[in-house]
Design a binder for this molecule. Structure first.
Ligand code: AMP
Length: 364
């Protein structure tokens, strides 16, 4: 296996599992640092493939293709968590993987994620596991209605989530949750009466150094991130606490890379972790235009074993996602000279699909 005790020198090859927009923006940042990226994913002409030095178009469980991919790169990272664990273990035996397989195992499963938080004394919404319809009944009784049933795996942007009210039939709720992820067990969560949803992105380098980005507010529409407001309008004590939580989790995971921590801020000033992603995150896209070091460059620096860059914010900002047909407004968006437009090179604009984003800088 290649040795990564030293930093990866410019010219080195970084493999990225997943070929969506996060891989694309990471590959662009890597290219600026003189690296060559190799994207791996099942879709031809994917956003990351268009800007990478090399691309493998193959399934995530194609072990032969994965072996060839591993042999062609110096280090592997990933841009999403829903990768089969066998794939991760196969790769980890062949090539340095950053972050490691344990981090992925935690963050791709909502139950393990919340158990991990509990083990690290980090507060979350009250929750219980639901392995089958019977244990769902017990879990709902313990948490109380209303509550939310989520599939433990493969859920994102509200997929695989069912709200359970007084009227809900639990068999139907279980079937609806299972319809999304056939094999998945469930997690029942108390409904949090939050006043704001925020996230903090923390980077941790190979030497254990950490740097955080300022907490930001995330506003969702139909469970999909719509806008990120930078910074979140929070008292300093709460912002500090949110940053401390993100650092603590990254440290406890022994992470090398980036960790995005989504949190709820409640009306009584509690900060509860909702979920974590060990990679660049949609709520960090503003950093491309408003920070000394963007989350994508920081991610590549951590994965390559380089020193981390400064995360200072040069400007406040609002980032808006362009979903589906909204990206068709590109000419109008560009007509406003201060708008920073980012398009991901996707050809079909399905409703709700993330096609691009636009960041508006707000002078302080
Ligand atoms: P998630 O996929 O867990 O990020 O959930 C998507 C969205 O559903 C979140 O951004 C929240 O707006 C909402 N949500 C998820 N879990 C809860 C909860 N326990 N209480 C209240 N709202 C939630």
């Amino acid at each position: 296996m290649p040795d990564l005790t030293e930093a990866l020198a410019p010219g080195g090859r970084i493999g990225i599992l997943g070929s969506g927009q996060l891989g694309r923006m990471a590959a662009l940042a890597a290219a600026r640092l003189g690296y060559r990226c190799h994207a791996y994913g099942p879709e031809p002409d994917a956003p990351a493939n268009q800007v990478s030095d090399a691309a493998t178009v193959a399934a995530y469980d194609d072990l032969e293709a994965l072996s060839r991919f591993a042999a062609a790169v110096d280090v592997v990272t990933f841009e999403f968590e829903n990768i089969p664990l066998e794939t991760v273990h196969h790769l980890a035996a062949l090539v340095p993987l950053r972050p490691g397989a344990e981090v992925l195992a935690i963050c791709r499963n909502r139950l393990r994620e919340k158990d991990f938080c509990r083990g690290a004394s980090v507060p979350t919404a009250d929750y219980r596991a639901a392995e089958d319809p019977d244990s769902l009944r017990g879990a709902v009784e313990a948490i109380g209605r209303p509550c939310i049933l989520k599939s433990a795996e493969m859920g994102y942007d509200g997929k695989g989530q069912v709200r359970i009210t007084e009227q809900s039939d639990l068999e139907a709720a279980w079937t609806a949750m299972r319809g999304h992820a056939a094999e998945a067990v469930g997690i029942v969560e108390a409904v949090v009466d939050f006043r704001m949803e925020i996230s903090v992105i923390v980077a941790r380098g190979a030497d254990g150094t950490m740097r955080t980005y300022v907490p930001v507010e995330n506003r969702h529409r139909d469970h999909i991130l719509d806008e990120t407001i930078v910074p979140a309008a929070l008292p300093e004590t709460l912002a500090d606490r949110a940053e401390a939580i993100a650092r603590h989790l990254a440290q406890e995971m022994n992470l090398v890379g980036l960790l995005a921590v989504e949190m709820f801020v409640t009306h009584d000033d509690r900060v509860l972790v909702n979920e974590m992603a060990p990679r660049p995150h949609n709520s960090g896209h503003w950093s491309l235009d408003a920070c000394v070091t963007s989350q994508f460059e920081q991610f590549i620096r951590a994965v390559a074993g380089l020193p981390l860059g400064a995360t200072d914010r040069l400007s406040d900002a609002v980032m808006k996602n362009l979903l589906g047909e909204e990206a068709g407004d590109w000419a109008k968006i560009l007509a406003e000279p201060g708008n920073k437009l980012h398009l991901y090179g996707k050809t079909s604009a399905r409703p709700g699909r993330k096609m691009g984003h636009v960041t508006r800088l707000i002078r302080r």
